[in-house]
Design a protein around this ligand. Sequence first.
Ligand SMILES: NC(=O)C1=CN([C@@H]2O[C@H](COP(=O)(O)OP(=O)(O)OC[C@H]3O[C@@H](n4cnc5c(N)ncnc54)[C@H](OP(=O)(O)O)[C@@H]3O)[C@@H](O)[C@H]2O)C=CC1
Ligand SMILES: Nc1nc(=O)c2c([nH]1)NC[C@@H]1CN(c3ccc(C(=O)N[C@@H](CCC(=O)O)C(=O)O)cc3)C=[N+]21
Ligand SMILES: [Mg+2]
Length: 288
Amino acid sequence: MNQPKRIDGRRIADEQVAQIAQRVAALTEQGKRPPGLAVVMVGDNPASDVYVRNKIRRCEQAGILSREHRLDERTTEEDLLGLLDSLNQDPQIDGILVQLPLPAHLEEGRILKRISPAKDVDGFHPVNVGLLGIGDARALVPCTPAGCVILAKEVLGDLTGKHVVVVGRSNIVGKPAAQLFLAEDCSVTLVHSKSANGAELARQADILVVAVGRPQMVDESWVKPGAVVIDVGINRIDTGEGTRLVGDVDYQRVAPVAGAITPVPGGVGPMTIAGLLNNTLTAYEAVE
Ligand SMILES: NC(=O)C1=CN([C@@H]2O[C@H](COP(=O)(O)OP(=O)(O)OC[C@H]3O[C@@H](n4cnc5c(N)ncnc54)[C@H](OP(=O)(O)O)[C@@H]3O)[C@@H](O)[C@H]2O)C=CC1
Ligand SMILES: Nc1nc(=O)c2c([nH]1)NC[C@@H]1CN(c3ccc(C(=O)N[C@@H](CCC(=O)O)C(=O)O)cc3)C=[N+]21
Ligand SMILES: [Mg+2]
């Protein structure tokens, strides 16, 4: 295999954003309105702040209109639902993203259900979850898992018959990642906190996707030599002299064993944002 070990998510995301920018430019040159994305953030979360800033910067690069709604930490559910209703009706807005996690007094399920499925660019609404589950191409697909599939294909090409082990089973990463790799004709195993033998299962993987939210939990004992390792984790850790970002995989220990591995930062994170812009353009094209 003549492939560099480090999978450059930032470069691949840059290419995708450039392609989206060209498609958007072609629309606006015809006098059409640009696609629009609304990002809703409740309360102050310094970590989310970085993501929101990146999203807005990437929208600018792509020519996508982005609107930011920052609501007070104590916003009521009624007010948030009211904002979503108005964004659902807004003809300039094609995509709506409510940044998670939400403050504890807001019920996530009720809020995500209020976003129109046609504008649900996160792919978290039960309608889109269901469409993905039955393999319907009309699903808006969650951005992070979609990025994982693109990165795996970048290294391996066709994924048919590969064994994928996904560590983590959240609704936003692990479960949809399993669905998307299944749709690529992979065999999929899900590992979670109640699994009896996570590392042993993980060692069976041709492609290991890790989304647990535990800094550097996965070491070389989880990895079959030559496996492709996709690290979804984003954790800010204290180094004693400031902070730094690390994944859920111990990169230093795993890289020598892996066939290819995504870094953090510069791996899955930028792909998530490219996927978000892509979904916003898809949602736009469905109505314009
Ligand atoms: N790069 C990106 O764009 C994104 C990155 N992230 C990052 O990905 C990571 C995961 O996020 P998310 O899915 O939301 O996290 P959640 O906390 O929602 O889910 C974590 C999952 O990991 C499982 N888990 C926890 N501990 C273990 C363990 N010791 N062994 C096996 N499984 C375990 C949990 O199992 P159980 O269900 O049994 O509790 C759960 O299913 C985080 O670091 C987050 O910051 C998230 C979204 C986007
Ligand atoms: N409704 C909702 N949808 C999400 O998709 C969502 C969310 N809520 N809540 C938080 C998580 C996390 N997430 C990231 C997106 C981009 C980067 C990203 O751009 N990372 C860069 C830079 C990271 C940095 O420098 O801080 C990188 O990894 O290279 C990271 C994390 C989306 N999430
Ligand atoms: Mg997403």
